[in-house]
Design a protein around this ligand. Structure first.
Ligand code: SAM
Length: 282
């Protein structure tokens, strides 16, 4: 006799608990629900039903127990108000990046055309949300990784967002001077030496090229700042996500002498400095 759905959930949660997963019950529900095409509520309501094990479930649980990110196993993740397809070619978009999106949307006019750059677009998360919420805005997403851009292109087509995608390095932008009203960036910002101490999901599975920001983690951003300054119009906005211990470094660098006026470094849900908001000096 196959176990009931409730028993199966418990079995999966027990395997995930042994593997050290933080919220095993929630992840077990998401995994089982994915393979049976049932919502968490449906799973709960049908807990006494006996259903044979769906094909692929055991392998998926095994992968998760080896700490592969759930988003790679399911092939998708929720971000802001959309569901994005993801693969190991891209970083899994994080909840704190939704704050960056909020802060950015608050700075893009809804009633007139403008031009924004999403630097380090990855799976297209930020750029696609901006394009969907601000249809008058031309959003261009760049990334140094062709593999990431392929994932972004798939998402852009599926979500019918008018995000233009381009292979480019943030340090050498192929754009004319002063051509953007704003730039939003979530570029790699982990210090190289800190990579080893990250959770196995990040350290062993996410692309290093999406994480490693240089010796102190800030080097890539600092190298991009002169280019961002060049392509922004005077008064243009720059918003980007940083590491929790990098506030002082950016306060030091984002000065009128460098061509920027720092407005705020906003905190994330954990109260840590995370979102830099500044403007190019006029
Ligand atoms: C932290 S991930 C962010 C992905 C996505 N924007 C998000 O918020 O989930 C950083 C992205 O920057 C890209 N990247 C790394 N170095 C870059 C560079 N020099 N120029 C442009 N993109 C770069 C990586 O390939 C990766 O997709």
């Amino acid at each position: 006799m196959p176990p009931t759905l409730g028993q199966r959930l418990q079995e999966i949660a027990a395997i995930l608990t042994r593997a050290g997963i933080d919220d095993p019950r929630r992840e077990a529900t998401l995994l089982l629900g994915h393979f049976l095409d049932l919502s968490p509520t449906e799973l709960l309501l049908r807990g006494d039903e006996k259903i044979p094990a769906p094909a692929g479930l055991a392998t998926a649980v095994e992968r998760r127990a080896k700490r592969e990110p759930l988003a790679y196993i399911l092939g998708k993740t929720d971000f802001y108000d959309i569901t994005l397809q993801v693969s190991p070619a891209v970083l899994v978009p994080r909840p704190e990046t939704e704050l960056l999106v909020e802060e950015t949307l608050a700075r893009i006019a809804n009633d007139r055309p403008s031009r924004w750059l999403d630097a380090g677009t990855g799976c297209g998360a930020i750029g696609i949300v901006l394009a969907r919420h601000r249809p008058q805005t031309t959003v261009i997403g760049i990334d140094a990784s062709m593999a990431a851009l392929k994932v972004a292109a798939g998402n852009q087509q599926r979500l019918t967002a008018h995000l233009r995608l381009l292979a480019a390095d943030g340090r050498h932008l192929p754009f004319a001077s002063h051509c953007f009203d704003g730039i939003v960036a979530n570029l790699p910002y982990v210090a190289a030496a800190d990579l080893i101490g990250l959770a196995p999901e990040v350290r062993d599975f996410e692309p290093r090229s999406a994480l490693d920001g240089g010796p102190r983690g800030v080097e890539l951003y600092l190298a991009c700042l002169p280019e961002f300054h060049r392509v922004l119009r005077p008064g243009g906005h720059l918003l980007f996500e940083i590491g929790a211990d990098q506030e002082d470094i950016f306060r030091h660098h984002l000065t009128p002498a460098a061509g920027f006026e720092l407005a705020e470094i906003a905190r994330d849900y954990a109260g840590l400095p995370r979102i830099v908001r500044c403007r190019r000096c006029a």
